[in-house]
Design a protein around this ligand. Structure first.
Ligand SMILES: NC(=O)c1ccc[n+]([C@@H]2O[C@H](COP(=O)([O-])OP(=O)(O)OC[C@H]3O[C@@H](n4cnc5c(N)ncnc54)[C@H](OP(=O)(O)O)[C@@H]3O)[C@@H](O)[C@H]2O)c1
Length: 337
């Protein structure tokens, strides 16, 4: 299988290469794409050197699958061109997510929406993925009516430039390009992505709109506040979930969450056990703790959810989608046609 990684040198691209090896993804030919400033450089993957090429060159190689992680502009300009050649595209940017013809997939939830007809597939926003992973088993237990979520998002969620900013600030160097309008070290910035007309940020509205689309339920109300914190990797979320009818007993909530694939419960207050980004970083699971009834509302519960934003929040989810395409024989069938 010929696989192209568009944005192979980025925060997400690096983790995609790592996970391909970990999961022994069946790659026969790998095409690595980066911006013009990196083209010509070589990257070693699985004991072989690969030259970084332009996206036009990757298109000419007619890959069977392309994973895009190079920002919305690149996805806007090139995803359809790859799909027009029969190539499946899994896109990490936000460009295609809310397109009504584009499936927005978290494999544990809605992989049944993958078909041979829809070659562009969107990977949801990192904060949305960990939220819906927790909501799906709860919604199946008792329908959810409203979610209030506050995020504590790490700097790797904003790409290489943001990690550089944090690392430089930590050694007192405030020169150079920045990802944020303020210092991020020793700070919390309640501003992720751009502000919109309704005074929410684009990141906050992604949580609202993408949740409805993935859960296939427009009635779920989501109000989000997204905050950038000086953590290197791993997004955390404080989540209040309100149910439509009755709130399920907490032992049933735990049971539903712990039996859902990809979720690990870390919730034992006697030993101070709860999820934290320093332990979630580098791991594949969605970690959930601080599970408790809301003391201010009979129909609501509270959760604390932590996930590695570069793994389940981006690269791992994308590769799990690719694995589903194989499992359903969609990639091979399309290639034969
Ligand atoms: N970081 C996360 O947690 C996360 C989670 C979900 C989704 N995403 C999405 O994934 C995408 C990548 O994010 P990231 O954090 O990996 O960003 P990043 O660290 O800034 O990396 C960007 C990558 O895109 C490449 N690139 C930039 N312009 C290009 C062009 N015109 N043609 C070809 N390649 C180009 C860069 O190459 P050079 O090295 O040559 O600059 C680099 O490989 C974004 O759309 C982001 O919204 C990120």
């Amino acid at each position: 299988m010929r696989l192209a990684i568009i944005g192979a040198t980025g925060m997400v691209g690096n983790v995609i290469r790592e996970i391909l090896l970990e999961r022994m993804f069946p790659v026969t030919d790998l095409v690595l794409v980066a911006s013009s400033k990196s083209q010509g450089n070589k990257i070693n993957w699985n004991h072989k050197d690969y030259e970084l090429v332009s996206i036009e060159k990757a298109l000419n190689k007619k890959p069977d699958l392309a994973i895009f992680s190079a920002g919305s502009e690149v996805s806007k300009n090139f995803a359809q061109k790859f799909a027009d050649q029969g190539c499946f595209v899994i896109d990490n940017s936000s460009f295609w997510r809310m397109n009504p013809n584009t499936p927005l997939i978290v494999p544990e939830i809605n992989s049944d929406e993958l078909t041979e007809k829809k070659l562009i597939i969107a990977n949801p926003n990192c904060s949305t993925i960990q939220l819906v992973m927790a909501l799906k088993p709860l919604h199946d237990l008792h329908p959810v009516s409203r979610v209030i979520v506050s995020t504590y998002q790490s700097v790797t969620g904003s790409g290489k430039i943001a990690l550089d900013q944090l690392n430089r600030e930590r050694i007192g160097d405030i020169e150079g390009s920045t990802a944020y309008p303020y210092q991020i070290d020793k700070n919390c910035i309640p501003h992720c992505d751009i502000f919109l007309e309704n005074d929410y940020t684009k990141e906050e509205m992604k949580l609202t709109q993408e949740t409805k689309k993935i859960m296939n339920d427009n009635e779920i109300l989501v109000s989000a506040t997204a905050v950038r914190v000086p953590v290197e990797g791993g997004h955390s979320e404080s989540v209040n979930v309100e149910f439509r009818e009755n709130c399920p007993p907490i032992d049933l909530v735990r049971k539903a969450l712990s039996s859902f694939p990809g979720i690990k419960i870390q919730d034992f207050i006697e030993t101070n056990t709860y999820p934290m980004p320093i332990y979630a970083q580098g791991k594949n699971d969605v970690f959930i703790g601080r599970i408790r009834k809301d003391n201010s509302h009979v129909k609501a519960i509270n959760l604390w959810i932590v996930t590695d934003n570069l793994r389940k929040g981006a690269a791992l989810n994308a590769i799990q989608i690719a694995e589903k395409l194989f499992e359903k024989k969609l990639i091979l069938e399309t290639a034969e046609n």
